[in-house]
Design a protein around this ligand. Sequence first.
Ligand code: CTP
Ligand code: MG
Length: 557
Amino acid sequence: KSIDNLCFKSQSKHNTSSVAVKSEIAQRKDQTDTIAERKPFYVLQEERLEQAERSVLINCPPKTNEKKFLKHLSSHGEINTCFFYESFGTYALVEFSKKESIASLQEWTIIPSIQHEATVPFKSRLVSLKLNNPGDLSSVPSSIQCLRQSAIPINELVQRLSGADTIDQQLYTLTETYQLTEDNVRLRFLVCSLLKDIAAAYFPECTVKLFGSSVNGFGKLGCDLDMFLDLDGISGRKSKKTAGPFTLEYQMKRVSSERAATQKILSVIGECIDQFGPGCVGVQKILNARCPLVRFAHQPSGFQCDLTANNRIAIKSSELLYLYGSLDARVRALVFTVRCWARAHAITSSIPGAWITNFSLAMMVIFFLQKRDPPIIPTLDQLKGLAGPTDKQLIEGHDCTFVSNINRINTTENTETLEQLLKEFFEFYGNFSFSKMSINIRKGKEQSKPDVSPLHIQNPFEQPLNVSKNVNQTQLERFVSLARDSAWILQQDGMSHPLGAGAQPWGLAALLLPSASQTGGKGKKRRKREPASERIKSLLESLKNNKPNSANGNGKR
Ligand code: CTP
Ligand code: MG
């Protein structure tokens, strides 16, 4: 007896050898950074979403035989990619070559009949593989190789970095280790597409798009999934009145403002996610935030998800960051490194609060790289100057125009090493006049601060907004003090190269150690350790200033 006795239609139209080849390809962990391909951002997004629509997520028994599983599934059409991973069980992401295969698979998928319980019969592309004769599996060797979807712990990273030869190599190793993998990006777009199916029950013409670190090139394995429900593409918005004597108009509910409409839509979609969304748990509707959102965990993928609506400007800032990251390899390496350094020292946190966010750190790195001589990346105004007619975009009255074709941007003549840049980054922000100046990546120049917020980073598109409005003085001071300490550590003898087998972590590895701010290079005490009472006092201070759901409380816009 074989796994062919499953709850799908079993009808092999494809030979097993092609399936075997495909599965071998799928097994290879492809570390290639697909996000950094030189394709325009919107082209990549569309390709990925289309790929996701041809994909399903299948919960498999742990001992599934991969070959038989693929043979069984291929009865619905050719499989492009398949990989397995663990998240509250073993899952397979299966991407077919054609969308019709999904309809075929769904036609042969049954609705579970459960005793003493009932089901909400919402059919999604999240299915379970059930064995018709579970006993048969005992003879099947386990052959699934699960691919990791989370980042390695920091201590493992530190060890890996200690094995590098130069600081530059360390920064690139960190980037390669932490960046999203090809599989993880597929999974992200698939979850987005599953969400679209839920929202499409109300709004069949909607799209759900990804933004933030899932697509801006700076995402670390395990980062959250920022999604945006786009209803702008719904037909009829821009249609003109017909020429004859009559025009038909939809009767629609009216609400007081765009914000109120967004809140109502998200409230209903949030309810659908909560009540009918398979695998969606812990749904929270945070509708009074500056940018209303629905937050939930998607268990089958393991992603923490934020769904917003009417958030087109945030997509433009993701595109801008993607563009900067694609221009020069040093940009991504430095952003990944600074984010990792900040996380290692609890300067950033996964809990919303008065901490500096990853988005703010990326803006700070970009600003710093614009200020090098010669600059490594252009200012936003320069990118606007290079824009073509199709790049022109005005969103909610804000000019979001900048070039989308990377090939129009000249490469820099700056040849500084990452080692130099890392040191200079810490020096630059260790001495920056935060009390008077604001960081502005549109101009590539600091400007006088328009208000009293401790850290002011101008939003590149909504210029009156401060990206880091949530940050309090205590958190800014911690950042500055750690930047100074790190600059000092990197200046110590023996910090730029390995010290031999079994020696202390050096270079970037030394900067990531939790004790880096208290001890100098080679373990020498640099300054007296802050008494515990002082550290607790500073922590309490920062918690006191943390107002959840305030202006930027949820880190959105
Ligand atoms: N955003 C913004 N202004 C803010 C915060 C966020 O414009 N003050 C936008 C940015 O485009 C950001 C996106 O919302 O990329 C998602 O925010 P968030 O999840 O906080 O940041 P990420 O860049 O996704 O980084 P992380 O890996 O920490 O999730
Ligand atoms: Mg995010």
